[in-house]
Each structure stands twice: as structure tokens, then as C-alpha cells.
Write a protein that binds this ligand. Structure first.
Ligand code: ARG
Length: 248
């Protein structure tokens, strides 16, 4: 009888520990908001030491807080964000990502939280004065971005060299391997600031909306993100994050 009781107590203890662990594991993975980004795109996302900081990182942190989830940011190639979101590897993609008809075939987008403008960066002494002068030169872009898509469409694939990051494209411009870079305006400003001898042309190339992408079937998360974003816009949180990184 005594051994039976002991055995029962032991079994219960083992079961307790097992369920506690199972509960814990289930909770942490189910409660994680995994954001994919490409952290070479200041001021939206960039690295400060090991940390990924920037407008997107901070807005995502506020969204996660509202959803009661733990935010985990994963740095990845820009062109693997959408695939990873589709496959469920990431809960969402947030990377100064432009809403396009083409991308909407693969993922859903949240309401937009920022505007982007595609601009042209050239060397200070360049004779290129606007989009009309790009026909005969080599243009650097970040692989699979809208800058890449527009430049290939307007000037032809053989006038465009894609690079892994925006910064790589800018370094190619500095080194004289390309004559211009087409990229989003805020990263452009930041690249020009940190690389003397470059300038941004006045003529904007294209205007676009940034939003968060979520897998098509994950409509529940999309609704929650939109609800959180609406609150964060209404109470001024989004504006204050943006103006912290982009002084007016
Ligand atoms: N807005 C452009 C696009 O969606 C460029 C985004 C690049 N983002 C990044 N984090 N590298 O194609």
C-alpha cells in the first residue's frame, strides 16, 4: 500500500513537471511575434552593435506590446522576407517594404505606416541631373526592391546591377562601378551623410507606401496588427517614433 502511494505521488510529480514544461514551451513559441527584416536600411532598420534598431523595430515593439507578444527580430536578405512569411518561418515582414500589386499576389499587407520616395543618388560631380540621363549608364540597386523593379523596367535589365544591400549598392557608386543608385529617400539621406562626395537628385523617381506583410491565411494576425497600428497612429506613438529618427 505504501509503495503504491509512493508510486502514485511520483507519477503525479513527473506528470506535473512534464505538463509544466509542455505548457511553457507552447506558450513561448505561440506568443512570439517573429519579424523578418533586412537591417541595412537606416533609419527604418539598421544595426547598433548586435541590436537591430530603427523606426520599424520600434513600431514593431509597440505592436508586440499591444498584442501581448514577445517580439523577435530576424535579419535576413530582403528578397527572402516574403517567402519566409508565406512559409510561416516569420510571422510578419517589416522592412520599409513597399506595397505593390505584385507582392499582393503572395502576401497581405497591413495598413500603411509610412511613405517612401524612390530617389537617385549620384556622385557630387556627376553630369547626371535626372531620370532622363540614366539611359546609358549603369544603375546600382538593392536586389528585388522596387528600385530594382522600376530601374529594370525603365532602362532594361542590362543597365542595372543588383546588390545584396542598399549599402553595397552605395559602396559600388563610391567605387565608380555604377553611375547612380536608385533607392528609398530616407536611407539615401543616411547613406549620403556617411559617404562624402555623393548627392541626391531633386527629381523624385516614384512615391510609395510602406506596410507590414503577413501570410495570406493569417488574417487574424493581420487584423490585430491593423488594430494596434490604428491605436499607435491615433495616440501619436508612430509620429513620435518617426520624428525621433527623421527630425523635421
Ligand atoms: N521600399 C523598397 C521595397 O519595398 C525597399 C525596401 C528595402 N528594405 C530593406 N530593409 N532593405 O522594395
Amino acid at each position: 500500500m505504501k509503495t503504491m502511494k509512493k508510486l502514485l505521488a511520483l507519477t503525479l510529480a513527473v506528470l506535473f513537471v512534464l505538463t509544466a514544461f509542455a505548457g511553457c514551451g507552447g506558450k513561448s513559441s505561440g506568443n512570439k511575434l517573429i519579424m523578418a527584416t533586412n537591417a541595412s536600411f537606416p533609419p527604418y532598420e539598421y544595426k547598433e552593435g548586435d541590436a537591430i534598431v530603427g523606426i520599424d523595430a520600434e513600431i514593431a515593439a509597440e505592436i508586440a506590446k499591444k498584442l501581448g507578444m514577445e517580439l523577435e527580430i530576424k535579419d535576413t536578405e530582403f528578397d527572402s522576407i516574403i517567402g519566409g512569411v508565406q512559409s510561416g518561418k516569420f510571422s510578419m515582414g517589416m522592412a520599409g517594404m513597399t506595397v505593390t500589386e505584385d507582392r499582393l499576389q503572395s502576401v497581405n499587407f497591413s495598413d500603411t505606416y509610412a511613405k517612401g520616395v524612390q530617389v537617385i543618388i549620384v556622385k557630387e560631380d556627376s553630369t547626371i541631373a535626372g531620370p532622363d540621363d540614366l539611359g546609358d549608364v549603369m544603375i546600382g540597386v538593392q536586389q528585388s526592391t522596387t528600385g530594382h523593379i522600376y530601374a529594370s523596367g525603365d532602362y532594361g535589365e542590362d543597365h542595372v546591377t543588383p546588390y545584396k544591400t542598399g549599402n553595397d549598392a552605395v559602396q559600388a557608386l563610391v567605387a565608380g562601378k555604377v553611375a547612380a543608385v536608385i533607392i528609398d529617400n530616407e536611407p539615401a539621406k543616411s547613406y549620403v551623410e556617411s559617404n562624402p562626395g555623393l548627392k541626391i537628385l531633386d527629381t523624385a523617381y516614384a512615391e510609395e507606401d510602406y506596410a507590414i506583410c503577413v501570410a495570406k491565411e493569417n488574417t487574424d494576425l493581420l487584423e490585430k496588427i491593423n488594430a494596434a497600428l490604428a491605436e499607435l497612429k491615433a495616440d501619436g506613438t508612430v509620429d513620435s517614433i518617426v520624428s525621433k529618427y527623421i527630425p523635421a
